[in-house]
Each structure stands twice: as structure tokens, then as C-alpha cells.
Write a protein that binds this ligand. Structure first.
Ligand code: GDD
Ligand code: MG
Length: 352
């Protein structure tokens, strides 16, 4: 089950026009990578717990056949939170299920997680990740044998910051336990369900692999995840669309001027048009149908579909939503995120 119903507030303005679970990563909807990972570990029946902008999710993923999985959508009338969202779909599951936050990019070995769950007799296993600053996450304390001792979601008091090990947002849960979550009211799996399991002495364990991991839930992390993928830092079972060429991926169907430069590693989407003397990359993701004008430069930046970059414009380490227009000779600087349809005037300079 994938939790795919949050509003993606911290990823605004990108999520004003598209649900977070399907924002493009290297020109594929984000969840395609999670589904490929699940599939690589033998999971082919997936429930999407949706609420906000569910139509975006449906439009991007359909019934999952293209990705080799069977998708079912369970939609909350009112958002029910991470606990209520899982409970709302619980009648469709039995046995042991993976539950994933729909904004986690990882290459973790989920088969090893499952092996640990089974060998320990664990009833709920949480994938744990050490991070430099744990405060924006769920903190998880474990005993020497890995058994969970405490779960504290986004604690604020300094004395509660007792560990830098956090909840990575992937769980294995014995389905009957889900009956503990109240039906038909909003609740938090992190603030209510996990702490109660620990308090009631139910055997729950942490699993702490060495793996690539990132929450893509804000624009800087969303961009960084793609730079990481371009540099091969995550061993994903799914690559960027297109043919590999000289360290980049080109989907083709567009046009590249003979003196345009594509600097690896980059991704150029289907039908993109690259004008004379432009330079795309390193670290550029050009969306399907985008147009890069003459002498423009796009580096370390992610452009969604049909973005139009004017002549001589410079895009550095930024993210640009679909159908945006960047005027000629404009500059868009590091960590700027432009919403879909944005219009940047000629010669404007945007910084954060
Ligand atoms: N169906 C449904 N309904 N899904 C929801 C709802 C809801 O009402 N609210 C949030 N979600 C989904 C989001 O779409 C996301 O995929 C997931 O639940 C987690 O929500 P986030 O808003 O991304 O939470 P977070 O990043 O602040 O914290 C969570 O992830 C951290 C790891 O990145 C927590 O699980 C933390 O404990 C964890 O450390
Ligand atoms: Mg998140």
C-alpha cells in the first residue's frame, strides 16, 4: 500500500498543478520508481491510498499494467491522515503488507527487510535511516537487538532529540494489526499507531540497511534526487526513458541543432527541440516537448513538459513547472522553483 494522498504543501508551487506522488523524476512519474522497486522484490499488487488530486495519479499510472503491477485506488472523501488512509484501505489486505510513504526514493533491498521481519517474528518492521538533522522526521529509538523502544514524530523539545535514526517511511505490517486504527476518522500512523504498538509490548523491529534514501518532499530535495539519479548514486531498477548516449538519455522524436551541446549526465525528453548553440547539462532534465532557444543554457535544472526557454536565457540549479515560458536572456538561479504556466519576462533575474 502506498500513501499517496498528502497535499504536498512543502513541494509547492510544484504541487499546485500536480499531485506529489506523480511529479516527474527524470521524466517519469515519481511513483513509477517505487512501483518498479516493489516489483523487483516480488510485490505486484499495490493499493494507492489517495485523496488530494487523485485524478493526476490515475492519469499518470492508470492500472499499472505498463509497470507490471496491478494498481487499485482507494480514495478518501476527506483526507484521513497517514493512519486513517491506511485503515481506509485495510479491508483489501491480508497477510503481511508493505506500506510506503509516496515520496520516498530508495533502492533499499526490500527482500532483506522482509527476511528480517520473518526471522525476528516481528509484527511491524520499520525501515530506519540515520540523518544529520532528524527534527523534521519521526525519531525511532531501538534496543541493541533492533526492537523498537520509542517512536517520536517531529519532536520539538531538545531533550526529545535522543537519536539521529529516523523512520524512513517504509513499513512491513501484519495486516490484522490495522484493525487497531480507528475507522472513519483522521489519524496519524506515526503519532498514534506506532507508539501504541510499542506501549502494548507488540514485537516491532527496526531495519537499518545501507541504501540510497531521500524524501523528495521539498523543491531542493526533489531536484537533488534527480541529480543523484543522473550520477548513478541510486541503484534503481528503472532508468530514465530514452536511449543512453554518451552518458545521457535521449528519448528522441524532437530536434537537436547540430551545434547544440548535450553535456552528460542529462535527460532529454520526447519531442524536445534544442536550438542552435544552446547548452543543456551537465545535470539537466528537459521535459517532453520542451524547447530550448538559441544560445540558452540549462544546467543542474529540471524542466517539466513543454517548458519554453527563450534565446540566451540561463537556468542554473532550478526547477520549472510544465508549460512555463522563460523570456529571452532571463536568468533563473539556484533553488528557484517556478509553478506550471509561469511566465518570466525577458531579461528578468530570479533568485531565491
Ligand atoms: N492517503 C493519504 N491521506 N495519504 C496521506 C495523507 C492523507 O490524509 N497525508 C499524508 N499522506 C501521505 C503523503 O502523500 C506522503 O506520501 C506520506 O503520507 C507521508 O506524508 P508527508 O507529509 O510526506 O510526511 P513527512 O515527510 O512530514 O513525514 C513522514 O515521512 C518521514 C520520512 O520522510 C513521516 O512518516 C516521518 O515519520 C518520516 O520520518
Ligand atoms: Mg515526506
Amino acid at each position: 500500500m502506498i500513501l499517496a494522498g498528502g497535499q504536498g504543501t512543502r513541494l509547492r508551487p510544484l504541487t499546485l498543478a500536480r499531485a506529489k506522488p506523480v511529479v516527474p523524476l527524470l521524466n517519469r512519474p515519481f511513483l513509477a520508481y517505487q512501483l518498479a522497486l516493489l516489483r523487483a522484490h516480488g510485490v505486484s499488487d499495490v493499493i494507492l491510498a489517495c485523496s488530494y488530486r487523485v485524478d493526476d495519479v490515475r492519469a499518470a499510472l492508470g492500472d499499472g499494467a505498463e509497470l507490471g503491477v496491478r494498481l487499485r485506488y482507494v480514495v478518501e472523501g476527506e483526507p484521513l491522515g497517514t493512519g486513517g488512509g491506511v485503515r481506509n484501505a485495510a479491508d483489501l489486505v491480508s497477510g503481511t503488507l508493505f506500506v510506503l510513504n509516496g515520496d520516498i526514493l530508495t533502492d533499499a533491498d526490500l527482500s532483506a527487510m522482509r527476511a528480517l521481519h520473518e526471522s525476528r517474528g516481528s509484527r511491524t518492521t520499520i525501515y530506519l535511516q540515520p540523518v544529520p538533522d532528524p527534527r523534521q522526521y519521526g525519531l525511532v529509538e531501538t534496543a541493541a537487538d533492533g526492537r523498537l523502544r520509542a517512536f517520536r514524530e517531529k519532536p520539538t523539545a531538545d531533550e526529545e532529540i535522543t537519536t539521529n535514526t529516523i523512520n524512513a517511511g517504509i513499513y512491513l505490517i501484519d495486516a490484522p494489526l490495522l484493525q487497531r486504527i480507528p475507522r472513519d476518522r483522521a489519524s496519524s500512523i506515526e503519532r498514534e499507531f506506532f507508539p501504541a504498538l510499542i506501549a502494548d509490548g507488540i514485537p516491532c523491529y527496526g531495519w537499518c540497511p545501507t541504501a540510497y534514501w531521500r524524501d523528495i518532499g521539498n523543491p531542493a530535495a526533489y531536484r537533488a534526487a534527480q541529480i543523484d539519479m543522473l550520477h548513478g548514486r541510486a541503484a534503481m531498477p528503472l532508468s530514465a526513458p530514452g536511449r543512453p548516449r554518451d552518458g545521457s538519455w535521449l528519448a528522441g522524436g524532437g530536434s537537436v541543432a547540430p551545434d547544440a551541446q548535450i553535456v552528460a549526465p542529462s535527460v532529454v525528453g520526447a519531442g524536445a527541440m534544442l536550438g542552435p548553440r544552446c547548452r543543456v547539462g551537465p545535470g539537466a532534465v528537459v521535459g517532453d516537448g520542451a524547447r530550448i532557444g538559441p544560445d540558452a543554457r540549462v544546467e543542474g535544472s529540471v524542466l517539466w513538459e513543454r517548458v519554453d526557454v527563450g534565446a540566451g536565457a540561463v537556468l542554473q540549479d532550478c526547477v520549472v513547472g510544465a508549460d512555463a515560458r522563460i523570456g529571452a536572456h532571463a536568468h533563473v538561479g539556484p533553488e528557484v522553483a517556478l509553478e506550471s504556466g509561469a511566465v518570466v519576462p525577458e531579461r528578468a533575474t530570479l533568485t531565491r
